[in-house]
Design a protein around this ligand. Structure first.
Ligand code: UT7
Length: 364
């Protein structure tokens, strides 16, 4: 077994504990409401609100704009508000299920758009668990000293792969991006534990049938509408509730956490009922649970960083936070961290940097 004390980074030094030291987000201006969807498919505002908790979602419009467009805006804002010189960033990881292109990676494109230079950058594909996966990887780069300033961005333009004639999926998803800066901790607060898991036998329940090497795009695949999200909602729901609770319980038990000592749960936002079931199993009151699903829907890899951005003004140094995610694959995972900075002050700096704040007001 590898003795971790022997792991040395590029300077021959361990990097120490990794911490999230900044967060920023971007959602497109265009809002798609439940009422508008009810005019498109056989659904109602009441059904969507009661069964999912979603009231509206954002949609990226404009020719030639992909996930990188939103990610670049989130990353630019992150650099501006944290006063970070782009030349100091040495790693960028993008979690996405809706890359701009099959190749090169969306991460490569973001670096070029933002002017991050010739640094290591790559995409992580773990569907809705992608941000937790990417954060786990980035924290290892920091801990080993291989990276000093890493950016993790979750970005998805789900509207690109949603069938707006399928009421079972089109009401659920939205577009958005959220980015965090990850650095060695300066105050002992940071990412203390992470957990990632997968089970490929879940594929039939949630996947996109065509467009990959197994079934490349053809006139037939387009005609058969095979380039859209296929989800068997009830089956996925059952797994999501069980796995989200499992993640939370494993992280709580191995870090000696109780409902009283946890300040925040930052869950993937797929369905308000899944989130409530997770909180209930953790015996956590909903006041400690971050919720943005009502206004952004399910933005896949972007849900967790968008929650952090939205709740940033309420986050205090030392707050204990659990993240939990579940998604296609199946994939699931989580993280336990102590918040490393004064969120209220950082949000103030965001305003001072002239960054748009229009989406920050939270609805409890
Ligand atoms: O983020 C990645 C992981 N994804 C998830 O975690 C999503 C997990 N699944 C879910 O959140 C829920 O299963 C859904 C929100 C997708 C669906 O809710 P549900 O309560 O599980 O509904 P259901 O699929 O069991 O369908 C119940 C009924 C069906 O009608 P019948 O067969 O009972 O007559 C559906 O056809 O609701 C119908 N239905 C709708 N009705 C109005 C499905 N979608 C709609 C709709 N509007 N949009």
């Amino acid at each position: 077994m590898l003795d971790s004390s022997n792991v040395r980074g590029r300077n021959g030094q361990l990097g120490g504990l990794a911490a999230i030291t900044g967060v920023h987000g971007h959602v497109p201006d265009d809002v798609l409401t439940n009422a508008e969807l009810a005019a498109m498919v056989d659904t109602t505002d009441a059904w969507i609100t009661e069964r999912t908790g979603i009231r509206e979602r954002r949609i990226l419009k404009g020719d030639g704009l992909g996930s990188s467009h939103m990610a670049a805006k989130a990353v630019r804002g992150l650099l501006a508000k944290t006063g970070t010189d782009p030349r100091d960033i040495d790693l960028l990881i993008c979690a996405t299920t809706t890359p701009d292109l099959v190749f090169p990676s969306t991460a490569n494109l973001i670096c070029e758009m933002v002017g991050l230079g010739q640094i290591g950058s790559f995409d992580v594909q773990a569907a809705c668990s992608g941000f937790v996966y990417a954060l786990t990887i980035a924290s290892q780069f920091i801990e080993t000293g291989k990276s000093r300033k890493a950016i993790v961005v979750g970005a998805d333009k789900m509207s690109a792969i949603i069938d707006y004639t399928d009421r079972a999926t089109c009401v659920l998803f939205g577009d958005g991006a959220g980015a965090v800066l990850v650095e060695p901790s300066a105050n002992g607060c940071g990412i203390l534990d992470t957990l990632i898991r997968s089970d490929g036998s879940g594929m039939p329940h949630l996947h996109q049938k065509a467009g990959g090497s197994r079934m490349p795009a053809s006139a037939e695949t387009v005609a058969k509408r095979l380039h859209y999200v296929h989800q068997e909602g009830a089956a996925v729901y059952k797994f999501a509730v069980a796995r989200m609770a499992e993640v939370a319980s494993e992280l709580m038990s191995r870090n000696d956490l109780t409902p009283d000592t946890i300040d925040w749960l930052t869950p993937h936002q797929a369905n308000r009922r899944i989130i409530e079931a997770t909180a209930e199993r953790m015996k956590l009151p909903m006041e400690k649970v971050m919720l943005t699903i009502q206004k952004f829907g399910n933005t896949t890899a972007a849900t967790i960083p968008l929650c952090l951005w939205d709740y940033e003004p309420r986050l205090k140094t030392g707050d204990r936070m659990l993240m939990a995610a579940f998604g296609g694959g199946f994939t699931w995972g989580g993280a336990y961290l102590t918040w490393a900075y004064d969120g209220r002050k950082a949000a103030g700096e965001e305003a001072a940097a002239g960054l748009p704040e229009s989406c920050r007001e939270t609805i409890p």
